[in-house]
Design a protein. Structure first.
Length: 465
């Protein structure tokens, strides 16, 4: 394929946006925010809102795009401590947009009024990745709504704050310092990326405040701190599952890997996959760095083909997803595709389309993977559609904090509960227990892209049976 055609494909990938409302996913694309009182606008490149503007319990909204007038009024009401008015406004806003987790969190916070509550905070990248943030917040909001509607934690309600860390390690550290200094905060869900979790984790450790990440998979997080946990399996588990599938099921032994050398997650997944393939008797012939300025999908694929590659492994992260999608398009289904969980997005279905059919992705959870679980039904009733693995694992992180608060509602008590050998809680993806490393010993689900209607793109992710 010519360099001109390659550039055209990338341009199309960058221009396409996805707005899916329904089965399989809750991902949205927004084109800017109208600014009202207490509404945080989309930030201009290079701008840096104050730390105070990055944290909200309802008095400011991080939602991008148009938000309803009643939600704006609810934000203003909760900022003015007019809780009855805020409750009415947020209730009306949810009737207009039932799948907005920020509104549900604010509603539950308003219902608490000035009553006693236990506080946790979600550290999410609203400013740079609103879709992922919404996915994470759906799980947190569902757990908060569930426990508060059941009378709270031994009669005490759960309050949830939202901190916008932009997936920036330095900002995540600054927010961690702010949260550590607020004695009311008893736990944190997040951050999202491994880089931010490792950076902020040093602050949470020194401040003895527990953070549970639902999405950070780097192997470097294992044994990193006795205050940093995660409900998502590490890259070791994902890599072993993909390598096993490649060599034992597909009977293929020669792969190349596309990764981002600037991402801890991407580096981790790549390294673990290389090791796992070797242990299975295969080999990784080449590694291609998606972050390089002179990266060429066409030239990389040409080289991979000359080296006899049978499999393309995409260890891309969010920042390099467009280049990974370019690889998928140029590959034209010639070589088998494998990928890590950051490729599990609606954008992959929308842009990859027929060229992505058959690609196998390692994810921590899929809504159809456990027919015995009642979480899928409850989440569908709440949001009006299916949720992603990020929502499920965020739900589990929140449930773990709730279970720890039930034992001892102090920072020290939460940490001691989570490391206790008899700790367990029931989450969306089964029993929640933590190893001494802070990891959760949980399996990985392989899913495959197939033609389908549930996601409304014409394609779906379905479990590999």
């Amino acid at each position: 394929m010519s360099q001109k055609n390659e550039t055209t494909i990338l341009a199309l990938a960058l221009l396409l946006t996805v707005g899916i409302v329904g089965g399989g996913f809750w991902w949205f694309s927004n084109n800017g925010a109208k600014i009202g009182n207490n509404i945080v606008p989309n930030q201009e490149p290079g701008s840096n809102p104050s730390l105070q503007d990055r944290i909200s319990f309802g008095e400011k909204s991080f939602s991008q795009g148009d938000i309803s007038p009643v939600k704006k009024e609810g934000v203003q009401a909760i900022a003015a401590k007019s809780y009855d008015k805020a409750i009415a406004n947020f209730t009306a806003a949810l009737k207009l947009n039932r799948n907005d987790p920020e509104t549900l969190i604010f509603l539950n916070n308003a219902r608490i009024d000035s009553s006693k509550s236990y506080t946790i905070v979600a550290s999410v990248p609203f400013g740079t990745d609103p879709n992922t943030s919404l996915e994470i917040l759906r799980g947190i909001a569902q757990a908060q709504n569930q426990v508060n509607n059941s009378g709270g934690i031994k009669g005490v309600f759960l309050k949830v704050g939202i901190a916008n860390d932009d997936d920036n390690p330095e900002i995540a550290k600054q927010l961690a310092s702010t949260l550590v200094s607020n004695s009311e905060v008893l736990g944190v869900v997040g951050p999202n990326t491994s880089d931010s979790t490792l950076a902020a984790g040093t602050i949470y450790t020194s401040g003895q405040l527990v953070a549970i990440s639902p999405t950070s998979t780097s192997v470097k997080i294992s044994n990193f701190s006795r205050y940093v946990f995660r409900t998502v399996p590490s890259d070791f588990m994902a890599a072993r599952s993909l390598a096993n599938y490649m060599v034992r099921i597909l009977q293929k032994k020669n792969a190349v890997v596309f990764f981002n050398s600037q991402s801890n997650y991407s580096q981790s997944l790549k390294s673990e996959f290389v090791s796992s393939v070797s242990l299975e008797g295969g080999q990784v012939a080449s590694e291609f760095d998606l972050s390089k300025a002179d990266f060429s999908a066409a030239k990389s694929l040409e080289q991979a083909t000359k080296q006899g590659a049978e499999v393309l492994m995409l260890a891309a992260n969010t920042e390099t997803l467009d280049k990974a999608l370019q690889v998928i398009q140029i590959n034209q289904k010639k070589l088998t595709l494998l990928a890590g969980d950051d490729v599990y997005t609606a954008k992959t279905l929308e842009i990859g389309r027929e060229q992505a059919v058959g690609m196998v992705v390692a994810v921590p959870w899929h809504i159809d993977s456990d027919p015995k679980s009642d979480f899928p039904q409850k989440s569908r009733q709440l949001w009006g559609g299916d949720v992603s693995w990020r929502s499920a694992l965020s739900y589990d992180a929140t449930v773990a904090l709730i279970a720890a608060l039930e034992r001892n509602p102090t920072r020290a008590g939460v940490q001691q509960a989570l490391v206790s050998s008899d700790f367990s809680a029931t989450g969306a993806s089964g029993t929640i227990r933590f190893l001494g490393s802070g990891d959760r010993n949980a399996p990985v689900q392989l899913v495959k892209i197939v033609p389908g209607s549930r996601s409304r793109t014409g394609y779906d992710f379905e479990p590999v049976r």
